[in-house]
Design a protein around this ligand. Structure first.
Ligand code: URP
Ligand code: ZN
Ligand code: ZN
Length: 482
């Protein structure tokens, strides 16, 4: 039977190998990887190109209200289109529970936002902000739907207490789900912010000292301890401090079921960007805040060493106007400016250009960081995140030579924090289940052509965990913990 589509003449790159081969696709799946695939109805000539698994964007805020109640500028249409132009074929935005809302209602809301609009296959991480007993009882149903990751905040109005965090970890762990956490110590942040404001330090640049690295380090340490006590896996989002990353590395070296990511803003921007003239610094307000140049270098080392399994965008798009950054007005202190910046389209080109081209990471590390590790951690491998027989034909074809000066993106934003960066290496064609989503600068896919991805539980093989002596039945007077 002929193939529907062949990708010919390219250099294939996976998380482990780089080699010359053709790919044959049938019914949306990779069915042949061979020296030559000659029997196809449609052909993409990938000579001189790199053919990789499509990116998986695992941290992005799409059609989501912030803690302040501000809707992101990107919905599932513009967000997924922008992600596709940035080399992604799948993404996992958040579905955020509102106080008092059931999880069924939360998912219904997000299904209505995603299904008619997404050009990418998608799943959700469910944000739990109100983990009542009823809500915890609903969790197993959510797992059964294939939503196998949850996020909690240790700061913001939507934060959970340590006790609530333990309950969530415990239920999630029992069902093979992964708990994700935004780790910053809320009281430390409030205390520092109050000191800033009382001294009249209200400009955007004071966002950085109001959220010291120490607050992240303390919270990461505590989150790891809580996960250990609950004997549950944990994922730390947007790590911005070397000490935080070292805590993750140490925990994993001791068998801990702890993973983490960083984001391009912590690798490529610094807190000096917050000190741009006027209110321009507001464009660079995100949490945790931008740090400094030595921090960037140390985070790169953790990316290289594998401490940080993903580089995710944390795309949180709020326009530089009163619908976004200034929804509380322009003349406000840094605490009342919307947190977050866009980056869903820049994530992979930046990582390729500054990572692969500058020799900081190999091409195979790039594939792991951009796609394969996300598929593995979030229960999508081997269907997504790899080029193998039977996998969805989610493929990004890159021109490694193309140089562009970053400017306007395909999102619904009015600024790009990485504008002006010279970036070499761009995705030219992105396929989702064998269909062209974008091709040679053109959007091909129709809104609504993406599909929900049912994910598997996290695979903890090889990660035994760090048993807590108090919970060891041989040491604790045979307590029944069932
Ligand atoms: O500043 C950020 N990162 N805003 C989005 C929400 C979050 O904390 O991830
Ligand atoms: Zn966060
Ligand atoms: Zn985020």
């Amino acid at each position: 039977m002929p193939h529907d589509l062949a990708i010919r003449g390219g250099t294939l790159a996976t998380a482990t190998e780089t080699y010359q081969a053709d790919i044959g696709i049938r019914d949306g799946r990779i069915v042949t990887i061979a020296e030559a695939v000659t029997d196809a109805e449609d052909v993409i000539d990938a000579t001189g190109r790199i053919v990789m698994p499509g990116g998986i964007e695992a941290h992005c805020h799409i059609a989501q209200e912030s803690g302040m109640g501000v809707m992101t500028s990107d919905d599932f249409q513009s967000g997924s289109i922008s992600a596709a132009f940035g080399g992604n074929s799948c993404f996992v935005p958040f579905a955020a529970q509102k106080t008092g809302q059931s999880l069924a209602e939360t998912l219904e809301t997000y299904d209505a936002r995603a299904t008619p609009k997404s050009v990418l296959d998608w799943s959700y991480h469910l944000i739990l902000t109100d983990p009542t007993a009823d809500v915890l009882n609903e969790l197993p149903e959510v797992f059964a739907k294939g939503i196998t990751s949850f996020k909690v905040f240790m700061t913001y109005a939507t934060r959970v207490s340590d006790a609530q965090f333990l309950d969530i970890l415990s239920v999630a762990g029992k069902h093979g789900a992964l708990t994700m956490v935004h780790a910053e110590n809320h009281d430390m942040l409030e205390w520092m912010a109050r000191r800033m404001i009382e001294g009249g330090n209200t400009a955007p640049r004071y966002h950085a000292p109001s959220r010291p690295g120490l607050a992240e380090e303390e919270a990461i340490n505590r989150a790891i301890a809580l996960a250990r006590l609950a004997q549950a896996p944990l994922f730390i989002v947007h790590v911005s401090t070397p000490v935080g990353a070292t805590l993750v590395a140490n925990a994993r070296a001791e068998g801990g079921q702890v993973w983490a990511e960083t984001c391009p803003q912590y690798l490529f921007l610094t807190r000096d960007d917050l000190d741009r003239p006027g209110m321009e610094g507001a464009k660079y307000i995100c949490s945790p805040p931008l740090r400094d140049t030595p921090t960037q270098a140390a985070l790169w080392q953790h990316v290289q060493a594998g401490t940080l399994s993903l580089v995710s965008s944390d795309h949180a798009p709020y326009r530089f106007d009163d619908t976004g950054k200034f929804s509380n007005g322009r003349d406000v202190d840094f605490r009342r400016i919307s947190n977050g910046m866009p980056g869903i389209e820049m994530r992979l080109p930046l990582l390729f250009s500054e990572g692969v081209n500058r020799g900081r990471i190999s091409l195979n590390q790039f594939v792991a960081l951009s796609s394969t590790n996300a598929a593995q951690i979030y229960g999508m491998l081997p269907r997504k995140g790899t080029l193998s027989i039977g996998a969805d034909a989610d493929i990004a074809i890159w021109d490694p030579q193309e140089t562009r000066i970053a400017g306007e993106m395909h999102d619904a934003m009015d600024y790009n924090p990485f504008a002006g960066f010279e970036v070499t290496g761009w995705p030219i064609t992105v396929l989702g289940r064998g269909r062209r989503i974008v091709d040679q600068g053109e959007l091909i896919a129709q809104p609504g052509s993406g599909a929900f991805v049912k994910r598997a539980p996290i695979d903890l093989t090889g990660h035994p965990g760090q048993p807590v002596p108090e919970l060891d039945p041989t040491q604790n007077f045979k307590a029944d913990l069932s």
